[in-house]
Design a protein around this ligand. Structure first.
Ligand SMILES: [Zn+2]
Length: 98
């Protein structure tokens, strides 16, 4: 199974609206900064290693996307996890939150 080395992703605003987007009021400081490409997922619930729905092979962790602020919050400060099958390019994504 292919592995992607870890990269921290840091969002950069692409518009004035994005630049003035309010931050979380109450969430712990790391919430909103956990965007990542590759490496190992930081699961908020139990670890999941999805199998490809098309070919059945173990999928590669491609990245995770964090909640953004109190308005754009994935459940309870959750994250989206994305897995890819590099054999048939099927994607599996899901949300976990506290
Ligand atoms: Zn596959």
């Amino acid at each position: 199974m292919k592995k992607v080395p870890p990269f921290k992703l840091v969002p950069q605003p692409l518009s004035d609206d994005a630049a003035s987007f309010p931050k979380f009021k109450w969430a712990p400081p790391e919430v909103g900064t956990r965007h990542q490409l590759g490496g190992e997922p930081s699961f908020l619930q139990k670890a999941i290693k999805p199998k490809c729905a098309e070919c059945g092979k173990e999928m590669t962790f491609y990245g995770q996307l964090d909640s953004i602020n109190d308005d754009i919050c994935l459940a309870d400060c959750g994250m989206i996890y994305v897995f890819v099958c590099f054999d048939c390019f099927t994607v599996n994504s899901f949300i976990q939150s506290h």
